[in-house]
Design a protein around this ligand. Structure first.
Ligand code: BG6
Length: 495
């Protein structure tokens, strides 16, 4: 008998006429195909309401690939890829369309075939579509009889702990946890994946990665773009649901977790959950919320909206490694520039024998993991200024992906994530318990902000770094936000 890992695979995308499919999913599948990584994917089937034929759907998708992946687009590869693409006109709200889809898939698959379902739909369809798949017997995971069945769920995964639990429950009614791949595209970024390699494939960083040497850790995920045409979704979500509950807490878990014993999905995900569960509940006074000026006039934003487009939080982990080390997180739209960066600021030397005019002039060692756009890792340290007595200046040891890896462009996150799901490796996907742990941390902040005595929503200037109170959050601890690339390197002079 043929086994499922040698069977062909069908990828079924629900919400196939949407932006995500066009901009991200198809270019990612095309690039994997071009690299010869998914030659066993015999069928890619788009499910949506629009009255496309296979041919019009292919032309629409070709446009997306040539636009969003121009450097790899090749018409003959595309034609080969496109011959595997099909379209099924269906309605997500109509349960009868699922057995019909099943029939049509069975016809083109002719025999044992694996299936990867991708829910690229709006979130209100996640539970019903899962239910319809279950009812149509399309979720049955029997490698020898039908082939495997997996499902990828996009974010947002719930709007709070209760709704995330409900959604987990709905998913589990049709799929086992090991069939479910909750996607967080930040985990597919090369630079995020590299955090584990940096920490655990080297020996020199881990011994200082703790409260004895680290003064504080900062994560900045800043965007210069404003909310654009997504106000309809964004105004009900806000920055904390949009960026913190998922992307930033996932980065935080990678930075703060204990070493897993092996590089497999459950070892890694166990450690992530453990550390997320060890964060102390966030104190409202350690939170800042802001809204860029002009947001409330954007089309789709409710009049007088109190939705934050910026937030900063201070957190602590209650464990041996991190006791007392603050983690400062910030993210927002319409900020100074686009940058995602993790900063590890080390403590000052216990005794400074050099004569500095004031303590403030001394820059501690700073390690920065630059997630984007200038992907790399930088270590800042003090050096003696040549031809001086004991003046010093901060200098950087730099690693840039583009120079160390021959300028090879980094693949888009979706390329890696789709491949991992096809290969059945869930390490880069979020398990149900981690999703719930993240909401447990975030929920009290969101509900706290609804109380009258909570920190007020501060209006900030587009193009700035957000409200001044975000600087004060660190200032009152005698610290400041750091960014590796723009920080000037002052000379600390001995006078
Ligand atoms: C998405 C958010 O998950 O991430 C968007 O919904 C945000 O609001 C985007 O713009 C940022 O992703 P990236 O990869 O551009 O940093």
């Amino acid at each position: 008998m043929m086994s499922a890992d040698r069977a062909s695979t069908s990828i079924v995308i629900f919400g196939a006429s949407g932006d995500l499919t066009w901009r991200k999913l198809i270019p990612a599948l095309y690039n994997n195909f071009k690299k010869g990584r998914i030659s066993d994917c015999a069928h890619i089937v788009g499910f949506a309401r629009r009255p496309y034929s296979d041919e019009t759907f292919r032309v629409y998708l070709r446009d997306g690939v040539s636009q969003f992946s121009p450097e790899t687009f090749d018409i003959s590869v595309w034609n080969d890829f496109a011959s595997r693409v099909h379209y099924f006109q269906g309605n997500l709200e109509n349960g009868n369309d699922f057995p019909a889809l099943n029939q049509s898939l069975t016809k083109i698959e002719s025999g044992l075939a694996n299936r990867l379902y991708y829910l690229a739909t709006s979130p209100e369809f996640y539970a019903p579509v899962t239910g319809y798949l279950g009812a149509a017997n399309m979720a049955r995971n029997d490698a020898e009889v039908t082939g495997w069945r997996r499902i990828i769920i996009e974010k947002p995964f719930g709007v709070d702990l209760a709704s995330a639990r409900e959604l987990n429950h709905a998913l589990h009614s049709a799929f086992d946890e090991n069939q479910i791949y909750r996607i967080d595209h930040y985990l597919g970024k090369e630079t995020s994946q590299n955090i584990l390699f940096f920490r655990f494939a080297n020996t020199i960083f881990e011994p200082v990665w703790n409260r004895r040497y680290v003064d504080n850790i900062q994560i900045t995920v800043a965007e210069n773009l404003d909310v654009g045409h997504r106000a309809g979704y964004y105004d009900s979500a806000g920055v904390v649901r949009d960026m913190f509950q998922n992307h930033i807490l996932q980065l935080l878990a990678l930075v703060a977790m204990e070493p897993p014993s092996s590089f497999n999905a459950d070892s890694i995900r166990n450690e992530k959950v453990k550390v997320l569960d060890s964060f102390r509940p966030i104190v409202l006074n350690d939170s800042v919320r802001g809204q860029y000026s002009g947001y409330s006039n954007a089309a789709g934003v409710a009049p007088g909206s109190q939705t934050p487009t910026f937030a900063a939080l201070k957190l602590y982990v209650d464990n041996w490694r991190w006791k007392g080390v603050p983690f400062y997180l910030r993210s927002g739209k319409a900020l100074n520039r686009k940058v995602s960066e993790i900063i590890v600021e080390f403590q000052r030397p216990p005794h400074l024998m050099f004569h500095l005019p004031s303590d403030a002039d001394f820059t501690p060692n700073i390690l920065s993991l630059s997630i984007q756009p200038d992907e790399g890792i930088h270590l800042r340290f003090e050096a003696k200024l040549p031809d001086s007595d004991q003046d010093m200046r901060s200098v950087d040891m730099d690693f840039f992906y583009h120079s160390s890896f021959d300028g090879t462009p980094l693949p888009d996150a979706y390329e890696r994530l789709l491949l991992e799901a096809i290969e059945g490796d869930a390490s880069l996907f979020t398990r149900s318990d981690a999703i719930e742990a993240a909401w447990r941390l975030i929920d009290p902040v969101l509900s706290g902000w609804e109380q009258p005595d909570s920190p007020e929503l501060v209006i900030y200037k587009p193009g700035s770094w957000g409200p001044r109170s975000a600087d004060d959050l660190l200032g009152r601890d005698k610290r400041k936000w750091r960014t590796s690339s723009t920080e000037n390197r002052p000379v600390a002079q001995n006078k």
